[in-house]
Design a protein around this ligand. Sequence first.
Ligand SMILES: [Mg+2]
Length: 255
Amino acid sequence: MLVDQYDAFLVDMDGVVHVGDSPVPGAVDAIRDLRDRGKTVRFVTNNSRASREALVEDLRGFGIEANPDDVVSAAWATAEYLAERGVQAVSLVGGEGFAGMIRDHGIAVRDEGVDAVVVGHDDTVAYADLKRATQLIYEEGADLVAANADGWYPTSDGIAPGTGATVAAIEAATGAEATVVGKPEARLFEIAMEGLPPERTVMVGDNPQADLVGANAAGIDGILVTGTGGDVDAGDLTSIDMTPVAVVEGLDGLF
Ligand SMILES: [Mg+2]
């Protein structure tokens, strides 16, 4: 059985555990079955807005118990990444949840005298935010760091511009190239895999580009989940240079 090949499962959230506000059928039982078998489950998401506590609340709402330590989001991983590099202060284009995670890592969030401009999801992003980011990169030599580079994301009322759209605007204004922490970059996986043996760890996700390419970059196997209706690109393997160890319909396909 597929499940027997691994000790640790990095599970994508949106499109695997839930689609919008609804749990994916079978996902809650599958997570419980994994834990009953003694498997480590970590939730790995490109979310660049919500705190880990808020994501834990989301999981509880779907019927899945979790601790903040079980959730590795792009925003939290970005805060870890900044702290590991000794960054003292950043300017943030992003929401209050992300700002809190950065401050919790001992890093100041302010609008001048910064080491980096950090970008996360912000659905109130304004021209003034782009201007401030642009000036800090030109005038202070600030680095550009992005929680993810997703161009779009699904919402209950259709496709909406994602963090990557804001990043692209700042890149166009400055010529800078952002360091991206989230999927499909390896950084998020490396933080999520702390203490886990790579040969016994697998990424389970519904987006080939983010989840499978990312798993490959991090040196672990990937399993593609299809049929949940969560991702516009779900199932499209033609555009990537990586073969999943399995394609399953929902998390219960692991058993
Ligand atoms: Mg997904």
